[in-house]
Design a protein around this ligand. Structure first.
Ligand code: TRP
Ligand code: SF4
Length: 334
């Protein structure tokens, strides 16, 4: 059993599409960084495939494949199975058992007042989100974390309300059954750089503006070169403002301070054209991403090895989950 004062990190990603650079810089890169944090006792990262079903139960055909591709991205971009237990949620059925047991003590009103509940229903009004499963989304997430006694949950700002709800549910559970059997998690918020899609809007697969971790160098070139820039730069001789240009957001992530300065100055003085600016960006991106892309090709070439890593992760996660569920059943006396 793990000590109560040890940090246990748990997080998941929904396999609703291929991972793009927004997912990398917003989450995966941070997960990889957490592997170097010696104050963390254990790390659990999983493919939240059941969570995909809460919004997309009508399009399940790709979930398995996206989950598999996600694993390849994770391994290629630096998650190390020796340091992180990486697995698939639905292969550890204890997630569902804990979700069910927690549902017994969770007031429906607590779930209804989670901001993402009504927001997403409005945003995705074309979808049927009037289901029990969708209402229970943050409860399943609570089970995901509590199952491993998770103390820290690396998530984006949009998920903070879910973690807050998790804390309340855990408290109510412990209080009701008079044992500190479940751990109260806290959000681990990380700053991450702004990385817009190639059209300047939020990077999202539904906008068709994403650069995927699985894109080749050539594909990325074809996506970057036609990017819209600062509209003030109609002609090559028009000066621009790099802060109004998504290409510059990318420079800030991938280029050296020297290149960033040269580009910003060249943009403001019209000394540099947008094509040259984008070519400089591609050079910086390739330097940073090519080693990962190469590794991705190698990893993807050995699907059986990937499957073995997944199996091992599922087994390791399940060991912890089974032990914790025994304690949970014990306090419920069931
Ligand atoms: N809800 C998270 C998201 O959309 C994914 C997720 C599912 C998760 N279960 C989790 C994140 C448990 C952290 C912990 O990003
Ligand atoms: Fe954008 Fe670079 Fe063109 Fe300036 S020079 S508008 S930063 S692409």
């Amino acid at each position: 059993m793990l000590d109560a004062d040890q940090k246990i990190v748990v997080s998941g990603m929904r396999p609703t599409g291929l991972l793009h650079l927004g997912n990398y810089h917003g989450a995966l890169e941070n997960w990889v960084r957490l592997q170097a944090d010696q104050t963390i006792a254990r790390r659990f990262f999983f493919v939240a495939d059941w969570h995909s079903l809460t919004t997309d139960y009508d399009q399940t055909s790709e979930v398995k494949n996206f989950g598999f591709q996600m694993f390849i991205d994770w391994l290629a971009f630096g998650l190390d199975p020796a340091q992180s237990t990486i697995f698939i949620q639905s292969r550890v059925p204890e997630h569902a058992e804990l979700h069910l047991l927690l549902s017994m003590i969770t007031p429906v009103a607590w779930l209804e007042r989670v901001p993402t509940y009504k927001d997403l229903q409005k945003e995705l009004s074309g979808k049927d989100l009037s289901t029990y499963g969708f209402l229970g989304y943050p409860l399943l997430q609570t089970a995901d974390v509590a199952l491993y006694s998770g103390s820290h949950v690396p998530v984006g700002q949009d998920q903070v309300a879910h973690i807050e709800l998790s804390r309340e549910i855990v408290r109510k559970f412990n209080h009701h059954f008079k044992h500190e059997v479940l751990a109260e998690p806290q959000a681990l918020l990380t700053k991450f750089p702004k990385i817009p899609g190639t059209d300047g809007r939020k990077m999202s697969k539904s906008y068709n503006n994403s650069i995927y971790l699985s894109d080749t160098t050539e594909t990325v070139r074809k996506k970057i070169l036609p990017m819209k820039t600062d509209p003030a730069r109609m002609r090559r001789t028009d000066a621009g403002d790099p802060e109004k240009c998504p290409v510059f957001d990318y420079h800030k992530i991938y280029s050296s301070p020297d290149t960033i300065n040269t580009v910003a100055e060249g943009c403001r003085s019209a000394g540099m054209g947008c094509i040259d600016c984008k070519k400089a960006l591609l050079k910086s991106m390739d330097e940073r991403l090519d080693p990962f892309r190469q590794r991705r090709v190698e990893v993807a070439a050995k699907p059986d090895d990937v499957r073995a890593v997944i199996e091992q992760g599922n087994t390791d996660a399940r060991k912890v989950a089974v032990l914790n569920m025994e304690r949970v059943r014990e306090v419920i006396k069931i």
